[in-house]
Design a protein around this ligand. Structure first.
Ligand code: G6P
Length: 370
């Protein structure tokens, strides 16, 4: 087993460290940074359906649902098409309005999640077109899909999803940029920037793994006895806050909630005292000022502030008790990078608490029963 883990103590850590390569594998042959071209043969196949669709519905469960939520933000911003994000288990049981004009994106690492599969079968019976974003080649969801993109993350053994998630994001962003180009909703300068920055993601992920590891370990030790954790983000970072909180719950059994930062004053802020660690994703973007004022609200109530900040953003890092640096990136790209430290934080807290991080209690890698 230690050979399979390639010298890492756990599959989860191995898979976290595999992300530069996994993302590179996902982009390979699809993104040409010299010509600034994206090639997605799967998208070509459903191009007419896609261009005719008045909306896109994304169906998924768990971590894949978080990828769906970020994809909604990306696709709506870049392509100006309405997107709906659905939990497969809810979608399948509520007589959903779906028909031949709908394009459904199905996101699944395993391609075997029962709720997702049945939701798609129902939608297909109603005439919808299914576009799969799947990791496991030849899986049930891949076979059911009319077309799609394989994420090429390689086998993921750790029950808590890591590289499968970041490769889903890479695939979905390729999809969003390409669709925006087809719909002529994006100018060349913006798409060139996004393509260049997406190409740079593997190196930036590596940079985080190299430069922030010790810092993250020490933060993990500091907060190892926390009873609850709050993860807050706005905009593109909100789905990442949800995913960060889910990772911590799964791996360390610490109760954690992800929330849109501004919504905290409608409830979660009542939980804040000197014992509550609150993690903010506060990298530079158009709404950073807003997140800074949310941070001040927590500080005023003596919460422990942990912040993900853009490298050298001393203003925000000086506000926080602890900070982790994220290489500068376009605001559409940055959430992919911010995912990495949250995986590591969950991992090191889980280890410090003696948890079985590769096989957390009560969880299954693939939920093939409902
Ligand atoms: C399980 C796994 C999660 C995963 C979810 C959806 O709960 O533990 O990591 O996100 O299923 O799985 P899928 O294979 O459809 O992405």
């Amino acid at each position: 087993a230690s050979i399979e883990k390639a010298g890492y103590p756990h599959f989860m850590l191995k898979e976290i460290f595999e992300q530069p390569k996994a993302i590179q594998d996902c982009l390979r042959g699809r993104l040409d940074s010299t010509t600034h071209q994206i090639t997605l043969s799967g998208l070509e196949k459903v191009k007419d359906k896609l261009l005719a669709a008045h909306r896109i519905i994304i169906v998924a469960c768990g971590t894949s649902w978080h990828a769906a939520l970020l994809a909604e933000y990306w696709i709506e911003e870049l392509c100006r098409v309405p997107v709906e994000v659905e939990y497969a288990s809810e979608f399948r049981y509520r007589n959903p309005i779906v028909g031949p004009d709908d394009l459904i994106i199905a996101i699944s690492q395993s391609g075997e999640t029962a709720d997702t599969l049945v939701a798609l079968e129902n939608a297909k019976q109603h005439g919808a077109t299914i576009f799969g974003v799947v990791n496991v080649v030849g899986s049930s969801i891949a076979r059911l899909s009319d077309s799609g993109i394989y994420t090429h993350a390689g086998p993921e053994i750790g029950v808590a999803s890591t590289k499968a998630f970041t490769t889903q994001l890479a695939a979905l962003l390729l999809f969003a940029i390409k669709l925006a180009q087809y719909k002529q909703k994006i100018d060349t300068a913006t798409s060139d920037t996004l393509i260049n920055e997406l190409q740079a993601v593997p190196d930036k992920v590596q940079e985080i793994l190299n430069s922030q590891l010790e810092k993250i370990k020490s933060i993990a030790h500091k907060y190892v006895d926390a009873k609850d954790f709050l993860y807050l983000g706005r905009g593109y970072n909100f789905p990442i806050a949800l995913e960060g909180a889910l990772k911590l719950k799964e791996i360390s059994y610490i109760h954690a909630e992800g929330y849109p930062a501004a919504e905290m004053k409608h409830g979660p802020i009542a939980l804040v005292d000197e014992n509550l660690p609150v993690l903010f994703i506060a990298t530079k973007d158009k709404i950073q000022e807003k997140i800074i004022s949310n941070m001040q609200e927590i500080k005023a109530r003596s919460g422990q502030l942990i912040a993900l900040v853009s490298t050298d953003d001393t203003f925000v890092s000086s506000m926080a008790d602890d900070s982790i640096e994220i290489p500068e990136a376009h605001e559409i790209i940055a959430p992919i990078l911010s995912t990495i430290p949250l995986q590591l934080l969950a991992y090191y807290i889980g280890i410090a608490r003696g948890c079985d991080v590769d096989k957390p209690r009560n969880l299954a890698k693939s939920v093939t029963v409902e």
